[in-house]
Design a protein. Sequence first.
Length: 125
Amino acid sequence: MEIFKAAAQQQMDMTANVANVKHQFNPQTREVENPNLQQDSATHNKATEHLTNEQIQEILSKTNDNLSLLNTNIRFGYNDKIDSMFVNVMEADTGTIIRKIPTEQVMKLTEHFRDIVGMIFDKKE
């Protein structure tokens, strides 16, 4: 998910830069363009936050397919339990995992911390 947020942030920055250039040449358009820019970025943020697991898996599959065409040894994955992406660095010949980022231990700790926070802050009805 952080990759999607970073991509969205980069796109918003580029849009803001284009808007700034337009304002330098025509300051009268500033009042009209700023509400549209804010509305577009808010709509884009909502769209990226509500990706389904199927959409995420499809995006990851396409990314992995594109990387395999480049003969890279990196694979992306998504962990539903911690709602986060991970990266596997694999050996080219055998396909064994050399490194996983974040590590399995970190993903398990994150899962346990979420459970603990849920126990502390969830209200009993």
